[in-house]
Design a protein around this ligand. Sequence first.
Ligand code: G6P
Length: 611
Amino acid sequence: MCGIVGYIGHRQAYSIIINGLKRLEYRGYDSAGVCVMNGEPQLFKCKGKVSDLEKHVGSNNVVGTIGMGHTRWATHGVPNDINAHPHVSMHGKFTIIHNGIIENYSPLKARLEKRGYKSISDTDTEVLANLIEYIYLKGNISAEIAVRLALTKVIGAYGLVVMCCDEPNTLIAARKGSPLVIGVGDDEYFVASDATPIVEFTNSVIYLNDNDVAIIKRGELTLKTIFNEALEPNIQTLDLDIEEIEKGGFEHFMLKEIFEQPRSIHDTFRGRISQDLNEIHLGGLYHVLPRLINAKRIILIGCGTSWHAALVGEYLMEELARVPVEVEYASEFRYRNPIIYKDDVVIAISQSGETADTLAAIRLARSAGALVLGVCNVVGSSIPRETDAGVYTHAGPEIGVASTKAFTAQVTILTMISILMGWRKGHLSQERYKELIKEITLVPEKIEKILGSNSEVIKIAEIFHKSTNFLYLGRGYFFPVALEGALKLKEISYIHAEGYPAAEMKHGPIALIDEKMPVVVIAAKDSSYEKVVSNVQEVKARKGVVIAIVTEGDTLIKEMADYVLEIPKAHEIVESLLAVIPLQLLAYHIALMRGCNVDQPRNLAKSVTVE
Ligand code: G6P
């Protein structure tokens, strides 16, 4: 939800900011802007993507070694030139970029209006710029004090960077709720929503905490809270490679990330499964393992694709660890006054580690005394910092807005946790424990094989890319996969698609089936295979067109289905990891054939830091 970049140092700021914004475009891409200070601010902003901003800047020579830029995902006000960031305060003293939401912007705006302030945009950010300026001019104080005082009046979330034209050699950055990282270089500093714009320059970073303010001058950084308490910067070393955030020869990040899955899954279990396959070791859970094993109930929380991973987790944990599991949309959980017991274990699942609803849900669970764990991908993000313990997925940066490799990494972690719990609780013999561990290690090469049938997926996509509706059906572990397959298709191709438990079809969706309705059935061999065979027959009896995901060597469904895609044989606890791959590819190719922007689908953002 909006990407922020700031720079101060010895290089020209403009190109650093533009390149940084391109890396952060996954966070929002409906408008963009840049402001470089060279005695006075040079500001350019417009509706559209960062490439539109570059066109808008055109042949203007933007010179200066201090500046900031923004790529927006609209919350207040439609995406247009005026609502694009940076915003400038009414008397032109302050320029600001902001990620988050100022919840009390309306009363603040009303109070400022009484004092003669007018806004030209519909944004909450401009109100904040005016508030800072009002305090600054009234109090005749420094820009830093004005920013800090203004932020004490703000309810809501922000990651922001401010420049004041009276202090043209200073950047002020602050965070509450929305992520902000400072890169510490040699005589230069970078500010960004995540480390991707920074990594090519330095791997020394400071993650700001809520209520932190950084006052950054050339070669000098002061860190304090908004309440003026001095802080010691905690400089950490980034573990991120520049290659990981490039497309590496693929046409889109999404395709690259789909094809990366053999490696990303391997990275997820690497070092956590012993060589002799006798043990799962999850260091991040070590000291909470007794509480996890003794939990009376586990609540899995997430949003979007992470919620689908949680559903797979529910099936796995109940099957292997024999513990009751509930799966909750973070947004529902947090607002409905849920019952949380002290011996509950809540596990938040999130790629970004920043999703606002998931963060709020874990805060609620912690305040109720539950043990709260995180399964997150982005190292150093907010959820891992606010949970009691957790496990990183290690899938590497996921840039495509539609999640792919993060999903399979999350499911891999949940599979490992479930097996570990099952064994420690005595539900799995040593032999079965080892057998299941081995199944995980075989997944990467099986996915490699599935990726080898990409050309078959393309053929199916060619036939169906003009369809207007799709139904996805699955049972057991394949039900969440059906939901995820449908979500992938709607996110990036804008085709209406629904995922359903196969057996529920007869309670409604069956009414939709005719010869124009493609029905994707995940019908690989598992314990409910026979039942799914009947469901396929039901679809065929109504002239539905069946695209089936089957296990290699299957003959029964092959005879009934119109099109089939095969996945290798595997134990059913890891089959969801395999079955989702052809569905990711199908969504990708259909979207591509429909001319959609695969990596940046309309209206979506990768990291949803609004509630
Ligand atoms: C957004 C993204 C999805 C993601 C969801 C949850 O909607 O577009 O791909 O699944 O947020 O994000 P998280 O980072 O918490 O997994």
